[in-house]
Design a protein around this ligand. Structure first.
Ligand code: PMP
Length: 371
């Protein structure tokens, strides 16, 4: 084989990576991008100024490694969780990394890995399965009901049968949008403890947008429960790459065994600390997005579409005989939504009122075309 035609399959890569595709939401340059559940509002100018100030200060000490334990940041994150999550936590309960994707990777490196398995109830956030693969953790696809809620008896049965080491629960779920009732999470936790015991990771990336509250209070008395969060959505800081989790301090101690030293740069820590100083302003945008999300639901229904009950900053809508063809037609009208591969359904992120209007115009036209 020639050097020129040499490709990935010619490399001695791990067998489980062969023929697989990377995570790849399209990054297309179109006028209205409502496909990756980002917050459409740029950070407010006073916060941009504060970030610049904090980063300038951090830059003066860039010759040194950052605070490896990110103590100040974890303290501020714990204060935020305590204030908004209905349960007191301290810095010792909180761990942070580069996006909740890295948080999940560290958790799977610690609690999953070769010879171990993780279960998620699909459709759900596709990175859980991809990170499992990347960490050598066997992935098990758990069931969901027709209406995309978790079918509890079937889920309990799957846990008892497969005895996974890690159980993922995404609430609100991506891409279907609904929050999982706390009784369901409690029952899954019990099932997971009876089967193994195993770790239960509750991914609350979108919880600030939910009609229901955080499941943080469930941490009380449950050392194998982890609640994962991110600043990518509610804090409008997807570019920052800052995720975190809350759990028993023993879990924080455990992930120290796999985290890379100095994984969170001083620039990241400084920027996140500045954003946390502006929490109230940012949560004000969350309120606007929640009402825009509710408007999208009402207008989609009025236009004759079905919508699955949404608790996040996005809405799953359908049904389409060919969802990919519908995705393309919406894109032809300058609006990028997401085809998550759920047959019959697409997902739209709540944008600014103008972006949402553009989306609604596009899908109303599409409906007319289909009639
Ligand atoms: N969890 C869920 C459910 C998500 O949808 C996302 C982002 N799409 C993430 C985690 C990852 O977010 P980040 O790495 O930006 O924190």
């Amino acid at each position: 084989m020639s050097f020129e035609s040499f490709g990935i399959e010619d490399l001695p890569i791990r067998d489980e990576l062969r023929g697989k595709s990377p995570y790849g939401a399209p990054q297309l340059d179109v006028p209205v991008r409502l496909n990756t559940n980002e917050n459409p509002y740029p950070l407010p100018e006073p916060l941009v100024e504060r970030i610049a100030e904090r980063v300038r200060e951090a830059a003066r000490a860039l010759n040194r490694y950052p605070d490896r334990d990110a103590v100040e940041l974890r303290t501020r994150l714990a204060e935020y969780l305590t204030r908004t999550g209905g349960h007191p936590v301290g810095a010792g309960n909180v761990w942070a990394a580069n996006g909740s994707n890295e948080v999940i990777q560290q958790l799977l490196q610690t609690f999953g890995g070769p010879g171990r398995s993780a279960i998620g109830f699909e459709p759900s956030y596709s990175m859980h399965a991809l990170i499992a693969r990347g960490t050598g953790t066997r992935w098990i696809t758990g069931p969901r009901d027709e209406d995309f809620t978790i079918d509890l008896p079937a889920a309990e049965k799957a846990i008892a049968e497969h005895r996974p080491d890690v159980v993922f629960v995404t609430t609100p779920n991506n891409p279907t949008g609904g929050a999982v009732p706390s009784e369901t999470v409690l029952a899954l936790y019990e099932a997971a403890q009876a089967a193994k015991p195993s770790m239960v990771i509750v991914d609350e990336a979108y919880v600030e947008f939910s009609h229901k509250g955080s499941l943080l209070p469930l941490l009380e008395g449950r050392p194998n429960l982890v609640i994962s969060r991110t600043m990518s959505k509610a804090f409008g800081a997807a570019g920052l790459r800052l995720g975190y989790f809350a759990a028993h301090p023993a879990v924080v101690d455990a992930v120290q065994l796999v985290r890379l030293p100095y994984h969170l740069s001083s620039i990241t820590q400084a920027t996140a600390l500045a954003a946390l100083e502006h929490t109230d302003t940012l949560l004000g945008y969350v309120e606007q997005l929640k009402s825009e999300r509710d408007r999208l639901v009402a207008e989609l229904r009025a236009a004759g579409y079905e919508v699955t009950e949404p608790d996040a900053n996005f809405v799953q809508f359908g049904r389409f005989a060919d969802s990919h063809a519908a995705w393309r037609k919406i894109l032809d009208r300058g609006v990028l939504v997401r085809d998550n591969g759920v047959p019959g359904w697409l997902r739209v992120t709540a944008g600014t009122p103008a972006e949402n209007d553009a989306f609604l115009d596009a899908i109303r036209e599409l409906k007319k075309e289909q009639e």
